[in-house]
Design a protein around this ligand. Structure first.
Ligand code: RUQ
Ligand code: CUA
Length: 666
């Protein structure tokens, strides 16, 4: 049975309905925009003084929470303090970052290797903190690369990206990384279905050739991230996910849209079916099938990149195959839960019982019950089956509908006090509602067009609650204009009372899709201050100034250099020739918190190095013309920072100027 038979649709009517919906949405957006742009309550905040007091963090004081916001098309992850909204750091993940030399220095270039070669950018959507017993534990944070499918691990002792694994057989890694309760796995579902394995076929052969994939990636051991198994699924679009918790631990829920399996004019053609699905994956069952040898080993091409903190170096490993489970051969592993109107977000409440699906083309939210789902499975309350995946009867899994009064629901988070908060893109608001009774308690406007929202711990078993951040897609008149593009805006609400209260607006970096926050004390107690120099196992590290040297190996020249306030050793170098490949291996001998030194060389077609205390980093320079080249420290490190500089002499290709290096010789 195919999908359109399944829903027995009148296609013409549905197309019209979709158009009308979209037109209605457009009108609403326009009206909403006008009202807010010109309205007298543009600020939307409680009394200024009261709000200011709630977000004020006195000079020298710390924020209560770390907030991690994805950078979207910046490819990075930014760290803010809450409630102040102060930017603490931008962590480079999928994009080269000249500020830190990430993806430019020799040590981190391998982090951006993929099966396509070096890819210096991605679109990063969903940060997800590691968990123990369903509670964020502050060890790591993961984030997906949507465009060239990848997942990264960031170590929260150093706030550095330490691992990236590519996801094979995926056409866009959106429903990711959404962790399981004890960080066993991070998940990945393909947003765009593609041939599995990839091959050259007509796009119009979609229904026959295109497939979806759902991947489970081992996450609990640094250095060992790998695709544990993939599940081959029908060619829908797998949009978002959340793993179960408590009673639903062992399951993950993925939203799908485009169950129509259309491949063109999707805005209309993928909006035909009245219901798409939430895919419920029993990953414990999948593990059993894996152990029984049910998986097919299929060829795959993907990279695993790992940054070793002792060698201060990343290495890339090519992976050649992947284990694939087929639903028709693995009964009980995956089910489809019909869910209205192209659902986007899927969120599991702290008890693990309620699975909230947000149909982005509807006004209402659909809440499924985990207990009902298990019962329906036991009773085989199936409507039909698609490629071996039973479709459960809607009435047998749904437990409630939230009649929100809003339009375009996207994402839901929880406060741990029995309340849920859902964003509405089209009606530009957050709606607070009660789990179990489904009644709406409060609503607050967003400025403007909110996407995700985030409550500290709000997708975990134990939310901290207290604050809610709305991550808005459109900024318009909220800040001083900065030309045609405005930074996206975040808004902080106090949710400690019955009513949500808007406290603060602040700009963000790139486009934050999702965000996560965690109590500051969980993370800060583990924060590293230095890399102990005695643990430095970088092959080109030197541990004291007396070991500084310059070594020629053919046309490769290695400069073993140290930095300490306020000089480089050596600072005068001669004997370099045009055509040489010059490697500056700079070891920062400092053993003091927050004392990096930078290194830049005139004309180097590269970024600077920014070397942390105890770390070694390498800059490659290929001098093009004879002359004298200054180099200097880029990070204002001491009163004599301006003096932290040196010279390199570059001679003609055939010259016989001998290699020579020195510090303090006249
Ligand atoms: S998405 S605005 Cu990339 Cu998470 Cu929903
Ligand atoms: Cu070292 Cu400035």
């Amino acid at each position: 049975m195919n999908i359109s038979e399944l829903f027995n649709l009148n296609l013409y009517n549905n197309t019209m309905k979709t158009y009308l919906n979209l037109i209605g949405a457009a009108i609403l957006i326009t009206l909403w925009g006008c009202g807010n742009n010109g309205g007298s309550d543009k600020k939307g905040a409680m009394s200024n003084a009261k709000a200011a007091e709630k977000v004020y963090v006195a000079p020298g004081e710390y924020d209560e929470f770390y907030a991690f916001m994805s950078g979207g098309f910046s490819g990075q992850l930014s760290v803010y303090g809450l409630p102040s909204g102060r930017l603490l750091k931008v962590i480079p993940v999928f994009s080269q970052d000249a500020e830190k030399g990430y993806g430019y220095n020799e040590e981190t270039i391998p982090m951006l290797n993929t099966s396509y070669g070096f890819v210096p950018w991605d679109d990063a959507h969903h940060p997800e903190l590691s968990q123990t017993d369903g509670v964020p534990d502050g060890r790591w944070i993961f984030i997906n690369g949507n465009n060239t499918p990848r997942i990264a691990r960031i170590d929260l002792t150093t706030f550095e990206t330490t691992e990236i694994v590519e996801i094979p057989n995926s056409g866009g890694n959106h429903s990711s990384p959404f962790i399981t309760e004890n960080s066993e796995y991070v998940v990945a579902g393909t947003r765009f279905s593609v041939p599995f394995p990839q091959k050259d076929v007509a796009i119009s052969s979609y229904k026959e050739n295109f497939k979806g994939s759902i991947s489970y990636i081992r996450a609990d051991e640094p250095g060992k991230m790998d695709v544990a198994f993939q599940i081959l699924v029908p060619g829908f679009d797998y949009d978002l996910a959340h793993s179960g918790k408590g009673k639903s631990h062992g399951w993950t829920f993925f939203t799908t849209y485009n169950s129509e399996e259309s491949y063109t004019l999707k805005e209309v053609n993928a909006s035909q079916n009245d219901k798409d699905f939430i895919a419920a994956v029993n990953w414990k069952k999948a593990e059993e099938y894996l152990a029984q040898g049910k998986a097919k080993e299929m060829p795959a091409d993907y990279m695993h990149n790992y940054y070793d903190e002792e060698t201060h170096m990343a290495t890339s490993t090519k992976k050649k195959s992947v284990k694939v489970l087929i639903p028709s051969e693995c009964p009980g592993m995956i089910y489809y839960l019909p869910t209205p109107k192209s659902p986007h977000g899927v969120d599991v409440d702290p008890t693990g019982e309620y699975i909230v699906g947000n149909g982005k083309l509807s006004a209402d939210l659909t809440v499924h019950s985990f207990d009902k789902m298990i019962k329906a499975i036991e009773n085989e309350a199936f409507d039909t089956e698609i490629d071996g995946i039973p479709v459960l009867k809607f009435e047998d899994v749904v437990i409630g509908t939230v009649q929100s009064g809003g339009l375009g629901p996207l994402h839901t988070e929880f406060d741990g006090k029995g309340n849920a908060y859902t964003t509405f893109f089209i009606s530009s608001e957050v709606v607070k509602w009660k789990l179990g009774t489904w009644e709406v308690i409060d609503r607050a406007p967003c400025y403007y067009s909110v996407g995700h929202l985030m409550i500290p711990g709000g997708d975990s078993r134990k939310p901290w609650g207290k604050y809610l951040v709305a991550l808005n897609k459109i900024t318009k008149d909220r800040y001083l204009p900065t030309g045609p593009e405005m930074n996206h805006s975040a808004q902080l609400y106090d949710i400690s009372g019955e009513k949500m209260e808007l406290l603060l607006d602040f700009p963000t970096i790139g486009e934050p899709h999702y965000a996560q926050a965690i109590a500051a004390d969980v993370v800060m107690k583990n924060s590293k201050k230095i890399y102990p120099i005695e643990h430095n196992k970088h092959p080109h590290a030197i541990k004291k100034e007396s070991e500084a040297k310059v070594v020629r190996e053919g046309n490769v020249v290695r400069i073993y250099m140290t930095s300490i306030r306020s000089h480089f050793n050596p600072d005068n170098i001669e004997g370099i020739k045009v055509g040489d490949k010059v490697y500056f291996h700079l070891t920062n001998l400092e053993q003091d918190w927050d004392t990096p030194h930078g290194l830049s060389v005139m004309g180097a077609r590269n970024a600077e190095l920014l070397v942390m205390p105890g770390q070694t980093e390498t800059l490659l320079w290929e001098p093009q013309r004879p002359g004298i080249y200054p180099f200097y420290c880029t990070d204002f490190c001491s009163a004599l920072h301006q003096e932290m500089q040196g010279y390199i002499r570059v001679s003609e290709a055939g010259a016989n100027v001998p290699i020579k290096w020195s510090l303090g010789e006249d």
